[in-house]
Design a protein around this ligand. Structure first.
Ligand SMILES: [Zn+2]
Length: 168
């Protein structure tokens, strides 16, 4: 499997085609990983049934590609997306309420501290992108989101406390 046509993503550790192309403005990833992420997004934009899945995809990708811990924007991104992941995976709020809570959390993002990512991720977008647009799309994204939240176990208490302080 270890072909030199593939490279390891510095964010999630997944193996992707060694391509030249764009990456995100402040999340750190390989171009192949970012292209795989964009395949998932394209499938989600074209199917209204995947709207709630889309939110999980964005949050999971963000926390797997943390970026520079000295960048305030990157630090806030990881904290906020982790909090959003927790809300979606552990609270069964209706979408409207989830939105309100998430907006409320955004207003407090300046209080978030840097959270070191785990040394490895159980699943990456490399495991999910092959199912983009198929019947397994949504279940695969959910597995990926849950595994990623579990990988961040060291910060679960911090995120729970932060959510409690933020939304009361
Ligand atoms: Zn990656």
């Amino acid at each position: 499997m270890a072909s030199n046509r593939q490279t390891t993503c510095p964010g999630c550790g997944g193996r992707f085609d060694n391509i030249t192309g764009p990456t995100h403005a402040y999340m750190i990833s390989s171009s192949g990983c970012y292209a795989a992420f964009n395949r998932l997004l394209a499938a989600e934009y074209s199917d209204p049934a995947l709207r709630t899945t889309h939110r999980l995809t964005v949050d999971t990708y963000a926390v797997q590609h943390a970026g520079d811990p000295n960048s305030r924007r990157a630090v806030q991104s990881v904290g906020l997306h982790l909090a959003r992941l927790k809300l979606q995976l552990t609270h069964d709020l209706p979408p409207k309420e989830t939105n309100d809570v998430m907006l409320g959390m955004s207003e407090h993002k300046a209080t978030l501290i840097p959270l070191a990512p785990p040394t490895r991720f159980t699943l990456t977008v490399a495991d999910v992108a092959p199912r983009a647009g198929t019947k397994q799309h949504s279940a695969k994204v959910r597995d990926w989101a849950q595994a990623t939240w579990d990988d961040y176990a060291a910060h679960h208490d911090y995120i729970s406390d932060w959510i409690a302080k933020t939304i009361g």
